[in-house]
Design a protein around this ligand. Structure first.
Ligand code: ZN
Length: 424
């Protein structure tokens, strides 16, 4: 075997498991496998998980924080205005360099699949060209999916629909949208119809920024679910953000949740961003603004947590750590039960992998030998510690290694080494 990992704990709780890898795929999973590997790694009971997956990101804006100035109000609308100021000065070279730097961070964090939106409202489609280039360059270690995203509105921004079609023609994978940014609720609904019809005609997936507002009457998710069903797009459509659901009337939501589940539309919450951007017009009490994550999950909807932004006009923090994303999502959604915390781990691994339609994802024989060995004994402990990535493996090759998190203590009467895991 090319690689054998010994004595790992798996996300489903199985312990003392070995995983054998041959030719980039998982050859066998079981206790005490009678095989030898050209390289063997002793997991020592640590958690081995398939890679982290970020289902919602903006790679064209990442690491541009402070260009040309910082977002003084910290609001979504100033962020969009700032991005508009930055766009004319973007160069393809700088954009590629920033995206590649982010992908280095991602790989080191075990984040090996990213769906990124790319703004297509600039007629030059410079960001599209840049990110297609980045996608090719990082393909050996990161699966990147691009979404044609009309930041300024597909109807509101002249030429946006033509640009979107050109972007798809150039190789962009997914159809995006932003109905709540169109001029009226009716135009928003019209944009959803047009974009879903286009996607259905081309056999493409859809992922829209949908209802990213505090408006309790924003109803675009209802339209998205309806169009998905009408056009037979079940299982291929995602509503990103859905923050208005936080503010909606409970009776209406009791009707809406089954409609979303029935249409097979997936949901992506972006907790780091939405806890900072939403509720900005409130005094006190301030709404949290994140969509209704546990209720969507209970209704049978696939819900993932996305990173959305890292050091860009909308968010000045972040480092590509999906455990930080899960940690924030858990807190904002108050998902503190054991099963709920485990669900938050799945929301940055298996669930977004399903939303992206990743082939060969998982820890079963035959899957790609892609995984992350975490300095933690369980999924919940991984979130609690934002655990160090002891090893990141892509197609059977270790692409990143890091030491365990531990400190040398100098306290009289206490042990010399402190370990942040329980029972170690
Ligand atoms: Zn976004």
């Amino acid at each position: 075997m090319d690689l054998v990992i010994r004595n790992a704990t798996l996300p489903d709780g199985r312990q003392h498991m070995d995983i054998a890898v041959q030719d980039g795929r998982i050859a066998a999973v079981g206790a005490r496998l009678q095989v030898t590997g050209a390289r063997e790694i002793d997991a020592a009971g640590d958690l081995l998980t398939p890679p982290f997956v970020d289902a919602h990101f903006h790679m064209d804006a990442t690491l541009s924080y402070g260009l040309p100035r910082v977002n003084a109000s910290g609001t979504l609308l100033e962020g969009i205005a700032l991005w508009g100021e930055l766009k004319p000065d973007l160069t393809q070279q700088a954009l590629v360099a920033r995206a590649l730097q982010y992908c280095d961070w991602a790989a080191a964090r075990g984040l090996l699949a990213i769906r990124t939106h790319v703004d297509i409202c600039d007629d030059r489609l410079l960001a599209v060209e840049a990110l297609l280039d980045v996608k090719r360059q990082v393909a050996p270690y990161i699966d990147m999916q691009l979404v044609a995203f009309p930041q300024d509105g597909i109807l509101r921004s002249p030429g946006a629909m033509d640009n979107l079609k050109r972007a798809i023609g150039m190789g962009v994978d997914v159809v995006g949208g932003i109905p709540h940014f169109e001029r009226t609720m009716a135009q928003g609904a019209e944009s959803i119809r047009l974009l879903c019809e286009f996607a259905a005609g081309r056999g493409l997936m859809v992922d829209m920024h949908c209802d990213e507002s505090d408006d309790p009457l924003s109803r675009h998710i209802e339209t998205l679910a309806y169009e998905t069903q009408r056009l037979g797009l079940q299982g291929r459509v995602t509503g990103s953000h859905l923050t208005s659901m936080h503010s909606m009337d409970n009776y209406y939501v009791s009707k809406l949740l089954p409609l979303i589940a029935e249409s097979g539309v997936a949901a992506i919450a972006n907790p780091l961003i939405n806890i900072t951007l939403q509720g900005r017009h409130d005094t006190y009490p301030k709404r949290r603004g994140m969509t209704r994550v546990p209720e969507l999950m209970a209704a049978g909807v696939d819900v993932a947590f996305g990173h959305d932004c890292v050091m860009d006009p909308w968010y000045g923090l972040g480092s590509g750590d999906m455990l930080e994303v899960a940690h924030m999502g858990l807190h904002v959604a108050q998902m503190t039960g054991q099963a709920a915390m485990h669900a938050c781990f799945l929301a940055v691994t298996a669930t977004p992998a399903r939303i992206l339609g990743l082939e060969g994802y998982g820890l079963a024989p035959g899957c790609h030998a892609d995984f992350v060995l975490l300095d933690a004994g369980s999924t919940v402990e991984a979130i609690r510690l934002r655990a160090a990535r002891r090893a990141v493996v892509r197609r059977g090759v270790v692409i990143s290694e890091a030491p365990r998190a531990a400190a040398q203590l100098n306290l009289p009467g206490r042990p010399a080494r402190v370990d942040f895991r329980l029972g170690r």
